[in-house]
Write a protein that binds this ligand. Structure first.
Ligand SMILES: Cc1cc2nc3c(=O)[nH]c(=O)nc-3n(C[C@H](O)[C@H](O)[C@H](O)COP(=O)(O)OP(=O)(O)OC[C@H]3O[C@@H](n4cnc5c(N)ncnc54)[C@H](O)[C@@H]3O)c2cc1C
Length: 433
């Protein structure tokens, strides 16, 4: 009999979950509150940097690499470097969303766009349906399912961005238009976890934002188009100071080079590797006289209040206290990045399908970077200090651990062998039954 997996949220994690559950043999419906997929991924662009290369190739070897392959196809620059980061791919942020949407539709995923999940039906610890509101067609949709994935992210909602003075990701989330984020976990009454910044205040900022490339000098725009990277020294009197680096969620970009220079990356727009830059200061730097933020619009002040609602979960990404709900992406913990969201989303979607078919969910072996990261983040989140950190394959605490454990390598054959040894080759490519 057909089994159905329902997904809340169409960011990188939700899209990965949808593909994985579909490949595992389930019928899949995905709800996204805005009119575009990819969530905060719409302002992203960086993949395969540092340990993310290894993790990406592990997932490809496990049969779950579809989304990375799409990003590779719409890449503007491959194998480039910028301070602290090697073998980077920059995908085109304008081309990626339609390409992902097409892939999901071709795979047979039923997409409900501009459809915000606003309620759940629950029978004890079992979720039986999601209830959503379609903002454009003005109708309520009820989606009964066998199992569910919470991939609603941890950004916003609008009130939090304002409350914590962080600046918002309104340009991506567009809360006034599409309504606030809502998670299955929260609605079911499970206590969610709240991340902290290094100074102990709630949330975290991303380490980057986007400038309109046409607002930069022609020389800068041409350099970006040609090489993918521009490093522009900041006159000393205009530098923000090392303290501003501590605010970044993406500690992999909190290196002194990011204080001394403006580092721009070409993702179609000009990705400014700074959590924020006051516009009146930025415009004093040669080449930036007409600079304007593309998104987040709050780029002069800050961006995105995130990590305000993570689900407690085990290493199979099964949400504590709910029988048939899994979580992926930022919902699954203090993991930053597209790569991290795709990997956890894939596992969550796959396990949701397994559960729907009456099979036990699986955890990834810790002999793989993907499995080790999921387990390490869960363990780290048990301590107060661990809750102030962010974890990514591309730098900071987790990349250091990867290197220490000999998990980091760019040797694709060695990665394939490692996956095979762990008995995980093509696991996400096969139907569960
Ligand atoms: C400014 C910025 C730049 C970044 N740049 C990069 C980068 O270059 N490289 C990188 O690897 N990472 C980057 N990141 C981090 C990365 O984008 C995120 O960690 C990752 O994409 C999170 O994915 P997610 O799917 O967990 O959540 P999200 O991207 O937050 O997606 C959640 C989705 O759920 C939807 N949703 C929420 N509630 C509901 C509801 N009730 N009903 C229906 N839908 C709902 C939202 O609309 C959204 O689309 C950046 C983040 C930011 C903010």
């Amino acid at each position: 009999m057909a089994k159905k997996v329902i997904i809340n949220g169409g960011g990188w994690a939700g899209c990965a979950a949808a593909l994985a559950a579909r490949k595992a043999g389930a019928e899949v419906e995905l709800f996204e509150r805005t009119d575009m997929l990819l969530g905060t991924g719409l302002v992203g662009g960086i993949i395969r940097n540092n340990g993310r290369f290894t993790a990406t190739e592990e997932l490809i070897a496990m049969g779950g690499g579809d989304l990375f392959q799409i990003a590779d196809k719409v890449a503007r620059h491959k194998n480039i470097e910028f301070p602290g980061h090697k073998h980077v791919t920059l995908y085109d942020v304008a081309l990626i969303e339609p390409a992902v949407k097409k892939t999901l539709l071709n795979a047979g995923v039923k997409l409900h766009m501009h459809a915000r999940v606003k309620d759940i039906d629950q029978d004890g610890d079992v979720i039986t349906a999601l209830v959503a509101e379609d903002y454009i067609d003005k109708k309520e949709i009820k989606a009964p399912g066998d199992s569910f994935v919470d991939a609603s992210g941890t950004a916003g909602p609008q009130g939090n961005c304002m409350k914590y003075g962080n600046g918002c990701v309104m340009c991506i989330f567009r809360c006034p238009t599409f309504g606030p984020r809502m998670s299955i976990t929260g609605k079911a009454g499970i206590t969610e976890m709240i991340g902290k910044k290094a100074d102990g205040s709630v949330g975290a900022m991303s380490g980057s934002c986007k400038l309109h490339k046409d607002s930069l000098s022609r020389e800068l725009a041409e350099k970006l188009d040609k090489t993918g990277v521009a490093v522009v020294p900041i006159p000393q009197n205009l530098q923000k100071g090392a303290a501003s680096l501590k605010q970044k969620a993406c500690q992999q970009y909190a290196l002194p080079e990011f204080n001394d220079n403006i580092i721009l990356l070409d993702t179609g727009h000009a990705k400014l590797m700074s959590a924020y830059y006051p516009l009146e200061i930025l415009r004093q730097i040669p080449g930036f006289e007409n600079a304007r933020f593309e998104d987040p619009y709050a780029g002069g002040i800050g961006n995105s209040m995130r990590y305000v609602g993570m689900s407690p979960r085990d290493n199979a990404l099964h949400v504590d206290g709910l029988a048939n709900v899994f979580c992926g992406g930022e919902k699954a913990g203090l993991l930053v990045g597209h790569t991290e969201a795709i990997i956890t989303g894939t596992l969550a979607g796959y396990n949701a399908a397994r559960t729907a078919f009456g099979k036990d969910p699986i955890a990834l072996p810790t002999s793989l970077a993907c499995g080790d990261a999921i387990a390490f983040v869960k363990e780290s989140m048990q301590t107060e200090e661990g809750m102030t950190k962010k974890y990514t394959f591309s730098g900071s605490v987790y990349f250091e651990r990867m290197k220490r454990l000999n998990l980091y390598t760019t040797d694709v054959k060695a990665i394939e062998d490692r996956v095979e040894k762990a008995g995980m080759t093509d696991v996400f490519a096969k139907a569960v039954l």
